[in-house]
Design a protein. Structure first.
Length: 369
């Protein structure tokens, strides 16, 4: 066992593994300590690490400015593994971030085309949906696309089962729009379904969903303690206020971690294959179209049109698919423009450096995915 793995031993219950230790070896040699980012604020963060002296897990405040980046997707986020310089004064600093195995990235709210990482390195994206209101299938599909795109496995959890008596019917409806994902019904209030939920959650889990869906209540139930504040008054309208304001990582008593997130009003997609994975049933139908490049609009022998016609594919689901696909195409075109602008800037810097003396490039060990 290398010194960097033994130094991080208490962290292996919370996601530290051989791949991360191998990547970290370079930083271990520089005297840095491996740490898991549990919460990010402006310019600072909390990290979980194994105390080099006692070996106990503890939380340390650290300066994140050395790993700041103009691209928000590359900035440190909850769930990132970091190399921390504990000796730095006046505050320990995050000197580098390790590569991410998964990342939940949404388009930032508003008209901009920037991405925002909601959580990094999770194995499961748990989509919490309250049974107390009529489920918004389009919204669940959108969350599923976001989850598939992250590289983690989506899991839909229908919460507050104690408040309704048709939970199983609703679950069947949701299962139809969630190919490849498990759908569970739970009640944090009565404990119903909680054991099954725990069995679905090895490793790291991020909880996403609307405000008031019961995410923080579930986090507390899984953690076995009051780790997160929950909405005090049970809102009659299911919109809910934002009780949770930061993304926070909670280590679980039996290993693993849960990342609780504030409710999301806008869940813009940020490109990629997630939409196609979330609508794998449509892709399967489309394989039977006569033409490989069928646009499913007016071509003869279109299996999608036939499925819409005979009702096996609901029009609502097809519309939802097309809408999310268009959104993805828009963001892809915006990123192409951004990449082109970035390339132009680099060329300018390079030609300038060839004329001048100092090189504009600097060593940057960070990478994402
Ligand atoms: N009846 C019932 N209420 C719940 C359950 N889970 C959460 N709630 C209530 O739903 C409200 C919103 O919960 P909260 O965890 O703050 O939701 P969040 O915004 O998704 O984090 C709170 O008033 C909770 O007490 C449940 O299983 N049953
Ligand atoms: Mg909350
Ligand atoms: Zn077709």
């Amino acid at each position: 066992m290398t010194s960097s793995t033994s130094a991080a031993l208490p962290l292996s219950a919370h996601g530290w593994n051989e791949d991360r230790a191998a990547e970290f070896a370079f930083y271990a040699e520089a005297g840095l300590t491996p740490a898991l980012i549990s919460r990010v604020d402006r310019g600072q963060c909390d990290v979980l690490l194994a105390d080099p002296e006692s070996g106990e897990l503890r939380t340390v405040r650290a300066d994140t400015r050395p790993v700041g980046d103009p691209d928000p997707v590359k900035c440190p986020c909850t769930g990132d593994w970091a190399a921390v310089d504990l000796a730095a004064q006046p505050l320990p600093t995050v000197s580098a971030l390790l590569g991410r195995s998964t990342a939940i990235v949404r388009k930032t709210a508003g008209g901009r085309s920037d991405g925002q990482v909601l959580a990094a390195n999770v194995d499961t994206v748990m989509i919490a949906v309250s049974l107390a209101a009529d489920p918004d299938l389009g919204r669940i599909e959108r969350f599923l696309a976001l989850a598939w795109e992250s590289g983690a496995v989506p899991l839909v959890v229908l919460t507050k089962a104690d408040l309704v008596d048709d939970a199983d019917f609703i679950r069947e409806d949701v299962e139809k729009i969630a190919p490849g994902a498990a759908v569970l019904t739970v009640s944090a209030e009565t404990g119903e379904g909680m054991d099954e939920l725990r069995a679905h959650l090895p490793g790291a889990t991020a909880l996403v969903g609307q405000s008031g869906a019961g995410k923080s209540t579930l986090t507390n139930a899984l953690a076995g303690r009051h780790a997160m504040a929950v909405q005090e008054t049970r809102s009659v309208d299911e919109k809910g206020r934002h009780t949770t304001t930061t993304r926070e990582l909670i280590p679980l008593p039996d290993g693993g971690v849960v990342i609780d997130t504030p409710g999301l009003r806008e869940v813009g997609l940020y490109g990629g294959e997630g939409v196609d994975l979330a609508f794998a049933d449509i892709a399967a139908i489309a394989e039977r179209c006569r033409f490989d490049d069928c646009s499913h609009r007016s071509e003869p022998g279109c299996a999608v049109a036939a499925a819409l016609e005979d009702g096996t594919l609901p029009q609502r689901r097809m519309d939802s698919y097309l809408k999310l696909q268009r959104e993805n195409e828009w963001i892809a075109s915006r990123s192409d423009a951004r990449v082109a602008a970035e390339r132009a800037r680099k060329w300018k810097a390079v030609t300038k450096s060839m004329r001048g003396s100092s090189s504009p490039t600097r060593h940057d060990p960070r990478r994402t995915r």
